[in-house]
Design a protein around this ligand. Structure first.
Ligand code: ATP
Length: 248
């Protein structure tokens, strides 16, 4: 990790349907090479924060009404998701969102659509994805809609990797997965972070596992950051233990 900041979210407010104030001034930053966790219970505003960054709120009648979002010092609020991908920022949505009628491999290849660096590189990156997710290699000819929830999470992450991102916004990777599979997914996140240098901002309700793998965490409650700090410190914090780690 370096001290270089990639993403800087400064005091953003998000309103849905013109009236429902959901984020009430959220600030956070994502350093290059780090795994940053966005924690908090159901409805705290984690998904909304990620969607604000990747400019996906419009389809849900949401808008950023205050504050600013910068990536590498540039304001990114007006960029559509495709333009963001070109800058190296990609979101893996909650609930996977595979193309169900395409095969696993076709799904992965759709992740390379913004690239213009030739099929040899794309083929090499497909092998890289299969190295991280050997299961996907076994399933590469299967229709994605018929794969398991864990495999679909892997497809969604693998597809994101195919765009050669600098930063991945990962929404609730543990959702609906058995504990063992959750650990496996987080181990893969860790090795992608270490080997490829990809930075992560991940929204996660599973505080235990997120703080085990993240370097830094922000805890959201009702649209506000109520606590933040290095993951090792948050793990030891009495309030975090009591309210989020279920160890009281
Ligand atoms: P979850 O883990 O359930 O996704 P979250 O922390 O990601 O929780 P958000 O999905 O960001 O929370 O939701 C934050 C709040 O915004 C919730 O109260 C939710 O009901 C509300 N909300 C989300 N989307 C919309 C929408 N399109 N219109 C109105 N309110 C919304």
């Amino acid at each position: 990790r370096t001290d270089e900041t990639l993403l800087e979210v400064n005091n953003i407010e998000v309103i849905y349907n013109h009236v429902i104030l959901v984020l009430k001034g959220v600030s956070l930053s994502v350093p290059k090479g780090g795994i940053t966790a966005l924690l908090g219970g159901n409805g705290a505003g984690k998904t909304t924060t990620l969607k604000a960054v990747s400019n996906l709120l419009h389809s849900e009648r949401g808008e950023v009404t205050k504050g600013s979002i910068h990536y590498r010092g540039d304001r990114i609020q007006e960029l559509d998701p495709a333009a963001l991908v070109k800058r190296g920022v990609i979101q893996v949505m909650e609930g996977r969102h595979c193309f169900e009628h395409l095969t696993v491999e076709e799904n992965l290849l759709t992740g390379a659509y913004t690239r213009a660096d030739g099929s040899a590189n794309i083929a090499r990156d497909l092998e890289m994805v299969y190295d991280y997710f050997p299961r996907l290699k076994e399933r590469r000819k299967s229709q994605a809609g018929y794969t398991s929830g864990g495999e679909q999470q892997m497809v969604a992450m693998g597809r994101a990797l195919m765009s050669r991102p600098e930063t991945i916004l990962l929404d609730e990777p543990s959702m609906g997965l058995a504990p063992q599979l959750v650990e496996q997914i987080f181990e893969i996140v860790k090795s992608i972070n270490e080997k490829e240098g990809v930075s992560f901002l991940l929204a996660e309700q599973n505080t235990n596992v997120a703080l085990k793998y993240a370097h830094y965490g922000y805890i959201l409650e009702s649209g506000r950051v109520v606590m933040d700090g290095p993951a090792a410190e948050l793990r030891e914090n009495p309030d975090v233990k009591e309210f989020y780690l279920g160890m009281s």
